[in-house]
Design a protein around this ligand. Structure first.
Ligand code: NAP
Length: 521
């Protein structure tokens, strides 16, 4: 398989329908072996970024004129081409990310489902358009005919995420939703999986040709230097950015977008600790099984999920002690594993070391010793609620298989933690219906700090559907009004437009349609 995949990889950028650049800047890495792979890649110059941005700007004029049905066919064609190329794509993704083959195969399916969800939404819009009919006889002033629709915002820069090399990367949710909205896309390939990005781009290239789309509708620029990213988000042709990654880099890029001559929206999904609130009666009845479920969830993808449950909050007592004992037993049996990149592994190790140095923190358990320095051990620690509340470092996300158990004196202290929480993508409350009813204040406090409030289920696994919200108050995301998963993600790349008194024959199709919501008063 290696040879046949290597034969397909040039290591170049894909700009305006052509493969370009010299593949001599960086190699992909095998994170399991901690060794370079043979695949070499180019790093985009300012000129490459300029070419990609200008081609996206010129493609925008043709692409926005495509009908929703034509855009839907394009998204379906990308999904079909991904399926046709799945063997090579999943091989590369497995080698570059270290994620198991079954996981990357499943993720490819999810990526295709996302593309098809947006295609379906384009064919059958979920929401009516609003049409206010004219009323020339209204007193004291006549009422004009006004109709509300949307326009695509313009070329979008997308940053692929390291932890989902398919579903949150080159043809992932940000790209699918921007293309669905009518926006050309430039992907900055994540340096943790450049070969995967190239193979996915080859699938998109086939779909561009088959669907007769403008060449600049999609570009891929590779790079392993921050300048590539900063050149891209500051280019005047870029009108919005979709990003999944760290708070640190997300904040740098968000500030650059805000400081531009023309500020543009930056949609950053920046991670979360996804607290688990365990209510007493549920915990007493199920402590051992809940601890096992917690460990299974925090070990998915070796903890490298933005929805990984990194904090557990419960009231001290014998039930919590049983929970902690089972968690300790389960974690102690786990092997050390590779992470997505050596950099992510080093950050994880440094964060765990810092936690263990804190005198208020007690180690609950760690996984088995690592055979090599780049392999990391799952970890659980416990801390008193007072110390947790007064130490911001303890509240930070540790990206990886780590959980902080916060021990409260009583339910009032639990409520205090929920109230003081930083913005989160998710939080779960585990409780019987009767005790949930007695904890309405907790539910309300949690809801105001999260994008998705979950009851009696773990947060890992984000359904791709119309009612999903994957976002949340800062720092979980940079815009709590939007989601990066589900059909509503498209709205990030559209803007409203009102047509007033437009001759009926010239109106856009969606405003003529009988599905419009007619308001007449
Ligand atoms: P990252 O460091 O945030 O990098 C994301 C993207 O930003 C990459 O394309 C990277 O490309 C670019 N970048 C890095 N440093 C930059 C800088 N100074 N200026 C401009 N662009 C820069 O994410 P990562 O490498 O995937 O993982 C690192 C950490 O991010 C993890 O430890 C974790 O905490 C967090 N993370 C969060 C999520 C989430 O779901 N929210 C997902 C993955 C990772 P270059 O390296 O080529 O510059």
């Amino acid at each position: 398989m290696t040879d046949s995949v290597t034969a397909k990889i040039t290591g170049q950028h894909f700009i305006n329908g052509a493969w370009t650049g010299e593949a001599n800047a960086f190699n992909s890495l095998d994170p399991v072996e901690n060794a370079k792979l043979d695949w070499q890649f180019a790093s985009a110059s300012q000129r490459d970024i300029d070419n990609a941005a200008k081609s996206a700007k010129s493609a925008f004029v043709q692409y926005r004129a495509k009908t929703p049905a034509q855009r839907a066919d394009f998204l379906d064609a990308i999904a079909n081409e991904l399926e046709a190329g799945i063997e090579a794509i999943t091989y590369a993704a497995n080698r570059e990310s270290g994620l198991p083959m079954a996981r990357v195969q499943g993720e490819t399916g999810r990526t295709c489902n996302q593309l098809r969800l947006f295609a379906g939404t384009l064919r059958e819009p979920l929401e009516p358009k609003f049409v206010d009919l004219a009323n020339p006889d209204r007193a004291p002033l006549p009422k004009a005919d006004t109709r509300l629709s949307v326009l695509p915002i313009g070329p979008v820069a997308v940053f692929g995420a390291s932890n989902f090399p398919l579903a949150f990367s080159t043809a992932g949710g940000d790209t699918a939703s921007a293309l669905a909205a009518g926006c050309p896309v430039i992907v900055k390939g994540h340096p943790a999986h450049p070969a995967t990005s190239e193979l996915v781009t080859r699938a998109i290239e086939k779909a561009i040709i088959a669907c007769d789309m403008p060449a600049g509708v999609f570009s891929l620029v590779q790079g392993a230097a921050p300048q590539v990213s900063t050149d891209l988000v500051t280019h005047s042709a870029i009108k919005a950015v979709g990003f999944t990654g760290s708070l640190r880099v997300g904040r740098i890029l968000a500030d650059l977008c805000a400081a531009r001559g023309e500020p543009i929206p930056f949609y950053g999904e920046l991670g979360s600790t996804n607290p688990q609130f365990l209510l007493n009666s549920m915990l007493s009845a199920n402590a051992e099984q809940m601890a096992q479920t917690q460990v299974q969830s925090m070990m998915m993808g070796h903890g490298q999920f933005c929805t990984s449950p990194g904090v557990v909050v419960a009231v001290k007592g014998s039930a919590l002690n049983r929970y902690i004992a089972t968690m300790a037993e389960n974690i102690a049996a786990l092997p050390a594993s590779a992470m997505l990149t050596p950099g992510i592994a080093a950050t994880y190790q440094a964060q765990v070391e810092a936690l263990l140095k804190d005198t208020s923190v007690e180690l609950v358990a760690q996984g088995q010793s690592a055979q090599a320095s780049h392999l990391t051990k799952p970890t659980a620690v416990r801390v008193n609620a007072d110390d947790y509340l007064t130490t911001p470092e303890l509240q930070q996300e540790v990206f990886g298989p780590c959980a902080v158990i916060v021990e409260c004196d009583d339910e009032a202290q639990m409520l205090n933690i929920a109230t003081e929480l930083e913005g989160q993508l998710t939080a779960t409350i585990h409780g019987h219906e009767a005790e949930l009813a007695e904890n309405q204040q907790l539910i309300e406090a949690v809801a105001f700090n999260v994008g998705r409030i979950i009851f009696n289920q773990m947060p890992t696994g984000v359904e791709v559907c119309h009612s999903m919200n994957h976002g949340g108050p800062y720092p979980a995301s940079t815009d709590s009004r939007t989601t990066s998963v589900g059909s509503q993600a498209m709205k990030r790349f559209e803007r409203p437009i009102c047509y007033q008194n437009m001759p009926a024959s010239l109106l856009p199709d969606e405003l003529k349609s009988s599905s419009s919501k007619i308001i007449s008063f």
